[in-house]
Design a protein around this ligand. Structure first.
Ligand code: B3K
Ligand code: ZN
Length: 853
């Protein structure tokens, strides 16, 4: 497959004025009629006539006409990626009409038009529309769509939906018109036996919007939280960004078979059902939180993505980084900003730092790809969001808002680039952002080194930065780093605080102060870097007790824990345990925050830390030592664990709000401590038996399974929920991720042989194979290689059906160079076995190729 390069971008030869689509649905023989008004792109007209090139994959062409006349056989050439009409047969403005046939039922890749348990649905981003009809399938070709859907003859799909406004309907058909020009990747169609949960929203300017969440019959009672989150998102975007919704209705559809989280199709968002459906009995606090975030994210795309879209797929971060940043702001406003920031950093480190450290490292704006679906990455999304957060910090919130206003005003209706985005900020702030722009082109996680000095009443902070080489980028240049800091006096007061703009390779900053301060560095995690700063245990303990910045305060505890877990083994530092217990017990602190303070770094985090200093982590050792530290923390908590457990009962019926969830989280940490010291898991068992909500049940079940207990509870759980797919996914996940290393591989193997391991369903596949490969490092990295073999066997099986999900999971093997020679050889051999498959998909082929490069 060819490599696509940013440098090769050219304006489209032809643009589209409007399109009328008619789809006659049939499981294996859907007919698609496309009537398209094309015209020669004026920006390229002086180049003379051009071939008409249309993308198309897996389509059967039935007929094609230009201005009503069949295109002659010798003028049209078809290949596996599309068709070309010779320039001599293409007028400068014309109506192209093509009839094609497709088979949604056999479309297992879940891209284009496919079927999910009897229901028709689409996924077109990035390049799925070309699996529906021949089309210039690129985001800079935007047009208005009119869509007529004719339901399947057997009447199995009475509800027929597409983008925009419903303009006509009758027995077995419906017509939709979307007044907003959009690229093909935002096209959507849904047809099925569905029910709507409805509500209304009145926009700031007083327009009424009909809100509908479409689900399978019986799922209606589980939509309330998604609807609530949607209304809050709509209000927030008006208040925070001045953005109103722009159609008469906004629809969300829940689909069971979906490759990712959700999709922002104009006016018709399509969601993985796990990010819509929730009830206290079936969903955890974490599920509610994800639903809120993803509903907001997709809704926010209406302006950042849909009204202003990307010129080409290299600009993906233009919409994704910005929309992630916006959903993070929203959740911070709706919940606790300090807690949210820590959660976002944890996620960034677990996904993006990991990506940056391995063979898949790439810039926020990549410059080449083979399969664009492989670039919906943590770097584009999460680091993309961090870059915007830095920009906002550098210019300040008022200028940021002005810049966004100008962005919407200047670029509404356009397909834009990162240059357009940065120019808006330059114009509004008067700053030169040319060095800042490196954040978009330079891959890798910068190391920020800090050295301090105290002499003659002067405190000096010497900063230096380096970025290690990444594939294809051996040399790195200094970046603009906004470094938020505080200098604390011995009583905990702030002597000095602010933002340093550090953009050189090294530089010293100095302050005259009455006493030697303690440095609180990178407050709020103001730049996505790894800090290298030798800090004494005493200063760490001081920050953990006194830092007024909730991020650096938490980080002090984290670095303590990492030092315990990666340094020489021994009794944990009593100062750490004492400081930890003090904050965990401090009633003045938000319970959710205390729960985070009490959580130890994940095994992956510990392994990354070990690898960062050039050693090969032993996943089993890491697991064992983490367990030991958990026990030590539990001992240090002593009777307090029981007190925390008893005093944080949330009274009344379950509510998913942040306060209640925070108390449950803290209570969960207390239960973990109790369970660490109780080989029978009796308190966890009791909680499992008495809990009236899934959060407390899963907390208890997870702890039991992680201790090799819970057989009885697992059996009861399964028989109670066997008819609920989303809940049974959890049942697979808890075992795949938390079964102790000795029996993990066998457990996953046995689970994969079950009849209800419906591996064709992406959620189910991820719930077992994904959860094992990403959530159970000690099991997955078993020294005999059986974990790798098991996962790769399944990837091979899935790849022929669903390349996108396979490729994503294959990237989990990207850490192979971090391990000891034995594990490296085993992992490499498995990657080579995968690479050698003759029929490997382009998606998985690209990932595996880069992993082995
Ligand atoms: N834009 C979609 C992701 C599409 C992924 C294509 N492989 C969801 C989102 O980011 O909101
Ligand atoms: Zn998005």
């Amino acid at each position: 497959a060819p490599t696509i390069r940013l440098a090769d971008y050219r304006l489209p030869d032809y643009l589209v004025e409007s399109v009328e689509l008619t789809l006659r649905l049939h499981p294996t023989a859907t007919r698609v009629n496309a009537r398209v008004r094309f015209y020669r792109n004026p920006a390229r007209a002086d180049e003379g006539a051009a071939d008409l090139r249309l993308d198309g994959r897996g389509l059967t062409l039935v007929s094609a006409t230009i201005d009503g006349v069949p295109v002659p056989q010798n003028a049209l050439t078809e290949d596996s990626e599309g068709l070309t009409v010779a320039a001599a047969h293409v007028p400068s403005a014309f109506v192209w009409e093509a009839e094609t046939e497709i088979s949604p039922e056999t479309n297992t890749a879940l891209e284009g038009l496919y079927m999910s348990r009897g229901m028709y649905c689409t996924q077109c981003e990035a390049q799925g529309f070309r699996k529906i009809t021949f089309w210039p399938d690129r985001p800079d070709v935007m047009t208005t769509f009119r869509v007529r859907i004719e339901g399947p003859a057997d009447g199995s799909a009475p509800v027929l939906l597409s983008n925009g406004n419903l303009v006509g309907s009758g027995e077995g058909w419906a017509e939709w018109q979307d007044p907003w020009a959009k690229p093909s990747y935002l096209f959507a169609l849904v047809a099925g036996d569905l029910r709507a949960v409805e509500d209304h929203f009145t926009t700031a300017s007083g327009r009424d919007v009909l809100l509908q969440i479409w689900v399978r019959p019986g799922d209606e009672p589980r939509c309330a939280y998604a609807m609530d989150a949607l209304k809050r998102s709509m209000r927030w975007d008006e208040e925070t960004y001045g953005r109103e919704y722009d159609l008469d209705r906004f629809m969300i559809v829940a689909v069971d078979d979906f490759n990712m989280g959700a999709m922002e199709n104009k006016g018709l968002n399509i969601f993985n059902s796990r990010f819509v459906l929730a009830s206290p009995e079936t969903a955890t606090d974490a599920d509610y939180k994800s639903i809120e975030t993803i509903i907001a994210h997709e809704y926010f795309h209406n302006w950042t993505g849909n009204r202003i879209t990307c010129r080409d797929w290299f600009q993906l971060c233009l919409k994704e980084g910005l929309t992630v940043f916006r959903d993070q702001q929203f959740s911070a406003d709706e919940r606790s900003a300090g807690v949210k920031r820590i959660e976002d950093v944890l996620r960034l480190r677990a996904t993006q730092f990991r990506e940056d450290a391995g063979p898949l490292a790439h810039p926020v704006r990549p410059t080449e790809y083979i399969e664009i679906n492989n670039f919906y990455t943590a770097t584009v999304y999460e680091k993309g969001a961090e870059v915007i957060g830095m920009l906002r910090r550098l210019v300040g919130p008022e200028v940021y808002r002005k810049a966004l206003d100008l962005y919407f005003e200047r670029h509404d209706g356009q397909a834009c680039t990162i240059e357009d985005w940065l120019r808006v900020f330059e114009n509004v702030s008067g700053r030169d952002l040319s060095q800042f722009a490196r954040w978009y082109s330079q891959a890798g996680t910068p190391r920020l080194k800090a050295e301090t000095d105290w002499a003659d009443g002067k405190f000096t902070l010497r900063l230096s930065q380096t970025t290690p080489p990444t594939p294809g980028q051996p040399e790195k240049a200094p970046l603009v780093l906004p470094v938020a800091f505080g200098l604390l006096g011995s009583d905990g007061s702030t002597l000095e605080a602010g933002l340093l703009e550090f953009s050189e390779a090294e530089r010293a900053f100095g302050w005259e102060l009455p006493e030697r301060p303690v440095l609180s560095l990178l407050r709020g995690f103001s730049a996505p870097v790894i800090v290298e700063h030798e800090i004494t245990p005493a200063d760490r303990a001081f920050l953990l007790a006194h830092d007024s910045d909730s991020f650096t305060r938490w980080e002090a505890g984290r670095s303590f824990a990492l030092a315990e877990l990666t340094g020489p083994e021994g009794e944990p530092d009593p100062a750490y345990l004492a400081a930890l217990v003090a904050v965990a017990d401090d009633p003045a602190l938000d319970p959710a925050y205390r729960a985070l303070l009490l959580s130890l770094p994940s095994e992956d985090e510990v392994m990354a830390q070990i690898a960062a200093v050039g050693r090969a982590p032993d996943p089993l050792e890491v697991w064992r030592r983490r367990r030991a530290l958990e026990t030590a923390v539990a001992r240090a908590l002593g009777d307090r664990a029981r007190a925390l457990y008893d005093s944080n009962v949330v009274p009344g019926p379950y509510t998913p709000d942040a306060d209640a969830a925070g108390r449950r989280a803290l209570r969960g940490r207390a239960l973990a401590a109790l369970t660490a010291l109780d080989p029978a898991g009796s308190v966890a068992r009791a909680q499992y038996a008495s809990a009236d909500n899934m959060t407390e049940r899963m907390t208890a079940l997870s702890l039991l399974v992680s201790r090799g207990l819970g057989k009885k509870e697992l059996a009861a759980f399964h028989s109670e929920w066997r008819h609920d797919r989303l809940v049974i996914d959890k049942w697979f996940t808890v075992q795949a991720a938390l079964t102790p290393p000795e029996t993990a591989v066998e457990t996953v193997e046995a689970l994969s042989r079950r009849e209800d391991f419906d591996w064709r369903n992406p959620n189910r596949f991820r719930s077992l194979i994904g959860a094992f490969a990403s959530g159970n490092p000690a099991g997955f990295h078993r020294a005999d290689g059986s974990g790798y073999r098991l996962v790769v066997d399944w990837l091979i099986r899935l790849d022929s059906l669903n390349p996108q999900t396979t490729a994503r999971l294959a990237s989990l093997l990207g850490t192979w160079r971090m391990f000891d020679p034995g594990r490296q050889a085993l992992m490499k051999a498995e990657l080579e076995r995968l690479a050698a498959r003759p029929d490997l998909s382009r998606d998985t082929g690209e990932i595996v190729g880069r992993l082995l490069r």
